[in-house]
Structures are given as structure tokens and as C-alpha cells.
Design a protein around this ligand. Structure first.
Ligand code: AN7
Length: 361
């Protein structure tokens, strides 16, 4: 690979668009994730348009959070921070821990006790973060973190930190660079609402710069049991199988509502059953293994097509953001699949099974 072609992360690539201190980036070479056409999934959804999947699970720690963490930790380093803190449903914790390790900083992460996927918890611990399990949900943990940064010299790296959004908007840049245009619709799971806010910021920046002629409509998708932005009020006890988006008081809620309104888009809620069905389809039809929260984008698109929100026409281009890797949280969703087929350790037993499998339609 030539020097010019070598990917060195989102700050290196998009620096002119990012308001961030001009120091050497703290980076794991995040970003540059695939935008994959998904024709089989589109067909199964009955969608006549073009569907693309932005596979953010291929970032260094397995989620989109790395885009915002390279910028937040780089800025924290420029500001002389020695320690960072965040509340998290898991992915932010893992990402903060990894980038803090790279920067030689201490990371303190507050997570809801017992409600964080093992792939996230184990990663945060391995990267050397102090992991604090709070008896409460994400919203309670974030309240505590806000209090902590008032009293101690800690850099807050939740998406309340504006440098998080600076980095996360680069996913919108990449989508436009790949398509040569903005899509008509962007379907995205929403928890604390930082990511959808960042995407809108990114699309608008590219539009202002003349890189794209039109702006997309945003489809923000929440889980039914944790849908404050759909129902227009906070949810005290958020509940969903998609633990990543089990959030009742999104910190960036007002901006997200405004972004969706400005774009002419919509917020939708989908059930856990719809999320798990979409999760299975994404894997079985396109070969992409994602965590349950990520599948909300496809469950939401399906709902939006059924309700006529997204027009079902051949010229419509839709991008669904797959925010996190399936290896983060294989356990919960696997309970909805049939168990492996037991086979006795001899050839006859295997032969009978193979014949059954190969005869099946
Ligand atoms: C896989 O890690 O909030 O609406 O603390 O992990 O920007 O919050 C994670 C959120 C979607 C929602 N998909 O993004 C956290 C956290 C996955 C996620 C979201 C999250 P935001």
C-alpha cells in the first residue's frame, strides 16, 4: 500500500472539517468502515429501493464510539487531562478505556450493574479502566458522572462532550464520499442521541461545503420500552433486550428532535421482537453479525416502509447504520435461535443428519 493510500484514522483524513486541537491524534486508525449494498435484505423487507449498511462494528473496539473517542481523547490530551470519566451502556466504556490506554490516561467508567453485555465489560476491564458498576440504569450513572466532573479534574467523554460529535460526524462524511451523494434516508438506532445529532451535523457540514447537493431525511429508531423521543417524555425505567439503547433520558434529546424535524424525518419505536427478527435477517441474509441495538435501524426501516413514511420506490436510497459488532453481545439474542444440532461422534450419525439437511428445500 502506498503512503497516500494508507488509512490513518478519521482525524488525519477529515482534519479540515474537525474543530479540534492541532496535535498528533490519539488514534487506533478508526473509521473507513464498509458501506455494503444489501440487496437480499432489501428484497426480504419488500424494499424496492437501494439499501446500504454502514458496518460500524468494524471499528477498532467494535463500535462507532471510536470515531468520537479519538477526537475527545485527543482534545483531552491537548488540554492536559490525566483522567477521563463516562457513564455507559458498554460501548462508550470500552472505547474510552482503549483510547485512554493509548493516551496514557486513567479511565473511569460507570456502567449499570448487571445490564452490560459481556463483550463490552470484558474489553473495558482488559484495557485497564476502573469499571464501576452502579445499582441503577444509564441515566442514573450519567447524573453521577456529571456531578463528579464538577468536583474533580476529570474530562467527561460522554457525548455531552462536543468533541465526541466532531469525530462521530465523520461517518456521515464517509457515507457521502462512498455514494457521491447523501442518501435519501438514514436509519439509525437512538439511545443517548449523540450519534444521530453528529450525523446531522456532518451532513450539514458537507452540504455547506458543496460536497453534497441534498440532505437526507433521518429515521431515528428507539426500542419501545426505551422510547422517550418517540413519546415526548422521559422514561423512568427503560427496558429493552438491546441494552446499548436502554436509556430513558437522552442527553442529546433536544438536538436530536430538532435534527429529525429539520431533515423532514421521523422518530419510530420498534418492539424487542422486531429488533431480534431484524438482527437475525441482517446476519442470515447479508453475513453481518451485529449487536441487537444495531438491528433497530433495520427494524425501523421495515416499520417505516409499512407505514409509508419511507416511500417504497426504486430510486430511493436508504442507509442503515449498524452501530456495533455482534461479538459484543452474542448471548441475549442467541436465546431466540434454535440450539446447535447434537451429533453422535460417528459417521452414520453424521451421514443421516447431512442427508436430512441436503434434502431440505
Ligand atoms: C451499539 O455506550 O450510550 O444515540 O454508553 O452502543 O449516540 O447513544 C451506546 C449507544 C446505538 C445509541 N448502538 O447511540 C454507551 C451508549 C449501539 C450503542 C447506540 C449505542 P447514541
Amino acid at each position: 500500500m502506498t503512503e497516500a493510500a494508507m488509512w490513518r484514522g478519521i482525524i488525519h483524513t477529515y482534519r479540515p472539517f474537525l474543530r479540534i486541537a492541532p496535535i498528533d491524534p490519539i488514534t487506533l486508525y478508526e473509521g473507513n468502515t464498509p458501506l455494503l449494498p444489501a440487496p437480499q435484505l432489501a428484497r426480504a423487507l419488500g424494499f424496492a429501493g437501494c439499501l446500504y449498511l454502514k458496518y460500524e462494528g468494524l471499528n477498532p473496539t467494535g463500535s462507532f464510539k471510536d470515531r468520537g473517542m479519538t477526537t475527545a481523547i485527543t482534545q483531552a490530551a491537548a488540554d492536559g487531562a490525566r483522567a477521563v470519566i463516562c457513564a455507559s451502556t458498554g460501548n462508550t466504556a470500552a472505547s474510552a478505556a482503549a483510547y485512554a490506554a493509548r493516551a496514557g490516561m486513567r479511565a473511569i467508567v460507570l456502567v449499570p450493574a448487571g445490564r452490560i453485555a459481556l463483550g463490552k465489560l470484558s474489553a473495558a476491564m482488559a484495557y485497564g479502566a476502573a469499571v464501576l458498576a452502579v445499582e441503577g440504569n444509564f441515566d442514573t450513572a450519567l447524573d453521577l458522572v456529571r456531578r463528579a466532573v464538577d468536583d474533580y479534574p476529570l474530562a467527561l467523554v460522554n457525548s455531552l462532550n462536543p468533541y465526541r460529535l466532531e469525530g462521530q460526524q465523520t461517518a456521515a462524511f464517509e457515507i457521502c464520499d462512498a455514494l457521491g451523494e447523501a442518501p435519501d434516508w438514514l436509519c439509525i438506532p437512538v439511545g443517548n442521541a449523540g450519534n444521530i445529532t453528529a450525523y446531522w451535523k456532518g451532513f450539514r457540514a458537507y452540504h455547506r461545503a458543496g460536497r453534497i447537493a441534498t440532505l437526507p431525511r433521518l429515521l431515528g429508531v428507539q426500542a419501545e420500552g426505551a422510547a422517550p423521543l418517540v413519546h415526548g417524555r422521559p422514561v423512568d425505567r427503560p427496558e429493552t433486550v438491546a441494552t446499548a439503547i436502554r436509556i430513558g433520558r437522552p442527553a442529546r434529546g433536544p438536538e436530536a428532535l430538532q435534527a429529525v424535524r429539520e431533515s423532514g424525518g421521523r422518530f419510530l419505536a420498534v418492539s424487542d421482537a422486531e429488533i431480534l427478527e431484524a438482527w437475525r435477517m441482517i446476519a442470515a441474509l447479508e453475513g453481518l453479525f451485529v449487536e441487537p441495538a444495531s438491528a433497530a435501524s433495520i427494524a425501523g426501516l421495515r416499520r417505516a416502509l409499512a407505514e409509508g413514511i419511507v416511500p417504497n420506490r426504486p430510486e430511493v436510497r436508504a442507509v442503515a447504520v449498524l452501530t456495533g459488532h455482534g461479538l459484543k453481545d452474542p448471548e441475549v439474542a442467541m436465546q431466540t435461535l434454535p440450539p446447535p444440532i447434537a451429533v453422535a461422534p460417528d459417521w452414520d450419525a453424521l451421514r443421516r443428519i447431512l442427508e436430512g439437511l441436503l434434502d431440505a428445500p
